[in-house]
Write a protein of this length. Structure first.
Length: 287
């Protein structure tokens, strides 16, 4: 069983960095499609989400490139198999790459042995198709076993599956440590869809009801402003998550682009990925 290890002093980011914005691109396309009560995939939702692999991921890649931003691409194993050209372009562009389960399974509903099989299967897809040895992991639906399995059965250096902090923290178990870098519900998964009322026949995270790009932009802006103010007196980071199938749509890519343009002039704002932020965190701490 893992436990948290508390640092002896607070983190400090490199000189000149006030608020790192930690970019996560979830490249998952039609994985996690809604299903009907009989278990059949909803064809509308499949088609809607295929936009991610066909168009959305490419457009997000373009926007990041336009701004010279390197983010972390969290990619499902099955998505890599279906759209290998996207992942190859991501790697060539120099972004950090991490595993995002095999087919965006509801990991929290699975027994530990099934979860471990999916972790191993995903890691081998990355090695076989991309020549990439995974160092980071995220499942949107972590189980109580996720962290223990990663510590005991992988050599991953970080996990980004938790929702519980504004800063990374170290957890240890099975004779080693891993850096947890949490994310937040003000990602586009939360903001691109209506999260009140009955947003879809199946789940509020389906593609049935969507919020306007203004709503998404304002959510990001409010999160940024809160964290930027806080970061004047204490360390903070802003995890920002975009999904290929929602944020990759032109209206929302525009909101993402507008957000980047809005925050760029603020002093000490830096866009980064998990590998770099992890290095900053480790370099500024002794445990
Ligand atoms: Zn996801």
């Amino acid at each position: 069983m893992w436990k948290e290890r508390y640092p002896k002093q607070p983190v400090s980011w490199p000189n000149g960095v006030r608020l790192p914005i930690l970019i996560s691109v979830h490249h998952q396309s039609e994985e996690a499609t809604c299903t009907f009560p009989d278990g059949q995939p909803d064809p509308f939702d499949v088609s809607e989400r295929q936009y991610g692999g066909r168009r959305g991921a490419w457009r997000l890649l373009e926007i990041l490139d336009r701004h010279g931003i390197k983010g972390t691409w969290l990619i499902c194993g099955a998505t890599l198999e279906k759209y290998p050209a996207v992942s190859r372009a991501v790697k060539k562009a120099g972004h950090a790459i991490a595993g995002h389960t095999y087919a965006h399974e509801m990991i929290c509903n699975l027994p530990a042995h099934a979860e471990l099989e999916l972790i191993k299967k995903t890691a081998s897809v990355f090695e076989d198709l991309l020549g990439e040895r995974l160092r980071g992991w995220r499942t949107c639906y972590a189980s109580h076993n996720t962290v223990d399995l990663l510590l005991e059965h992988t050599d991953f250096e970080w996990d980004g599956s938790m929702w519980n902090d504004d800063l990374p923290y170290v957890i240890e178990g099975a004779g080693r440590q891993i850096l947890e870098m949490p994310f937040a519900t003000y990602s586009d998964a939360a903001l691109a869809v209506s999260i009140s009322g009955s947003a879809s026949p199946i789940t509020p995270f389906s593609t049935y009801h969507s919020n306007t790009p203004d709503f998404i932009f304002n959510g990001w802006k409010a999160a940024f402003e809160g964290l930027y103010e806080m970061a004047a007196t204490r360390p903070a980071m802003m995890p920002l998550v975009v999904h290929d199938f929602t944020a990759g749509r032109p209206s929302r890519v525009k909101a993402f682009n507008d957000f980047i343009n809005y925050v760029k002039p603020f002093e000490g704002v830096v866009f980064t990925h998990h590998e770099e932020l992890g290095k900053w965190w480790r370099n500024s701490h002794s445990l």
